[in-house]
Design a protein around this ligand. Structure first.
Ligand SMILES: O=P(O)(O)OC[C@@]1(O)O[C@H](CO)[C@@H](O)[C@@H]1O
Ligand SMILES: [Mn+2]
Length: 443
């Protein structure tokens, strides 16, 4: 482990590490599932496009099988060929790594940074789809995302009921009561990132269906809790008056998680804490469950259409916020590139400038945390700010359950103690952090 700015990137070259196991086992499994999904949809492609659809299905599967073989046999990372708008950025990134690692062909699945090659896999999956019209609009991960939404409908209903009921009393609220709602909804959004969605629906006991009721039990698993500072940041914007108080949410997963983000966003606006929310999503299907523009719109439509009074009321409100421009959805190619966020200022200055316009940035999920910290083998106790390495467009809050072995900002001994008690504490999503850094404040 390293404590300086040169902490090495996590990589599958460390045999037995989580990165190694991910590349060896998990990535090939994901590609196999994608192949199965495309194959299962063969009849649909035929109905929609005739023989052209079948031909495209075959070609896409053949490209994906080739990709799986490249991963499994540690082949060099190849240039992209699909001519899309992010192609140059990806190919330049490859050249950058080739010159760092030695020469052409030296960048490969097991030898190069895990963050890079894992992102690259999702881009190659997309290349296999894009190169094959007429099925080039097909979202290979759509089924899982919609299923996750439907399976968590009871939890969504409970959350919307909480929100809409709270709204009825919002005028007479004390500051403490407002703070209490905020903390609850921030924590719900945090735990919404738990990949197995275990706090959502599908549980036998209907009492447990409310994600709000499990919060107290989950509290001890929040390893760093800067929520007071996040609240103070929101309050300071409010007191500065006059200016647009904007919060940006850099989204992670569709299904229940994005619903928790929308409920939090609704609360912030409806209770007068914030006047504008920018959501940032992905411009193509990414890391299995990440939100695209289609998922975002679909989620709102489904929430509106739900056969539940408060859920549909929330959905209607969200649609209205979008229409009025109070909420807006944004995507940028940088979010589906492999860069650490400290590269953003140079590699995507337009996005960096956009983020500077926010009063608070909420980064959801594990992958965003990996990119914030560069996915490096940091010492557990180095400061969050150090790991950000100059990425400071605005005050930043990361809401993340731990699913990868990078963690900073812990107390001395805290990580070691957890490691000795639970070997997989960094990857099980049982633990979480609410970590904050404000570049405008003296730390
Ligand atoms: O960003 P998310 O959705 O919270 O998690 C993304 C993730 O599933 O992908 C990586 C492993 O493949 C890990 O960083 C993490 O577990
Ligand atoms: Mn994700």
């Amino acid at each position: 482990m390293a404590s300086d700015s040169e902490a090495p990137p996590l990589s599958a070259k460390v045999v037995g590490s989580f990165a190694y196991l991910t590349i060896k086992d998990r990535l090939p499994t994901i590609i196999t599932k994608v192949i199965d999904t495309i194959h299962r949809n063969k009849n649909k492609f035929f109905e929609e496009y005739g023989e052209d659809g079948i031909e495209a299905e075959k070609k896409a599967i053949s490209l994906l099988s080739k990709l799986r073989n490249e991963v499994q046999t540690d082949k060099p990372i190849l240039e992209l060929t699909d001519g899309l708008r992010d192609l140059d950025a990806w190919n330049q990134y490859l050249q950058r790594h080739e010159s760092l690692q030695g020469d052409k062909g030296s960048v490969s699945w097991f030898k190069s940074p895990w963050l890079y090659v894992e992102c690259y896999m999702y881009r190659r999956i997309q290349e296999a789809i894009w190169l094959n019209p007429p099925i080039n609009e097909f979202d290979v991960f759509n089924e899982g995302k919609t299923q996750s939404f439907f399976e968590s409908q009871q939890a969504t209903a409970a959350l919307c009921t909480y929100l809409e009921t709270a709204k009825k009393d919002k005028d007479g609220l004390s500051k403490n009561q407002l703070f209490d709602h905020f903390i609850k909804l921030l924590q719900v959004s945090l735990w919404g990132n738990k990949c197995d969605l275990s706090i959502s629906a599908g549980q036998e006991n209907s009492q447990k269906d409310s994600p709000l009721e499990v919060l107290a039990n989950l509290k001890p698993f929040i390893l760093v809790d800067d929520s007071d500072k996040v609240w103070a940041a929101l309050m300071s914007c409010k007191s500065s008056g006059g200016t647009v108080r904007r919060v940006d949410i850099v989204l992670d997963n569709a299904g229940f998680e994005v619903v928790t983000d929308m409920v939090l966003a609704d609360f912030l606006v409806s209770f007068g804490l914030v006047s504008e929310i920018h959501f940032h999503g992905k411009s193509f299907p990414w890391f299995v469950s990440d939100v695209t523009a289609k998922d975002f719109e679909w989620t709102i439509r489904q929430t509106m259409a739900a056969n539940h009074k408060w859920m549909s009321k929330s959905g209607v409100q969200w649609k209205k916020y979008l229409k009025e421009g109070v909420w807006s959805y944004h995507d940028h190619p940088f979010w589906t590139q492999p860069h650490e966020f400290c590269d953003m200022l140079v590699d995507a200055p337009d996005l960096y400038t956009k983020l500077q316009g926010a009063d608070l940035l909420l980064f959801k999920g594990d992958l965003n945390y990996r990119k914030l910290t560069g996915d490096r083998d940091w010492d557990f106790t180095i400061r969050f700010e150090t790991a950000l390495r100059g990425f400071e467009p605005s005050p930043i809050c990361s809401l993340r359950t731990l699913k990868a072995n990078v963690q900073v900002g812990l107390q001395p001994g805290q990580g070691e103690k957890l490691g000795s008690e639970e070997p997989n504490w960094m990857t099980s999503s049982k633990y979480a952090v609410i970590q904050f850094y404000d570049p405008y404040l003296e730390q």
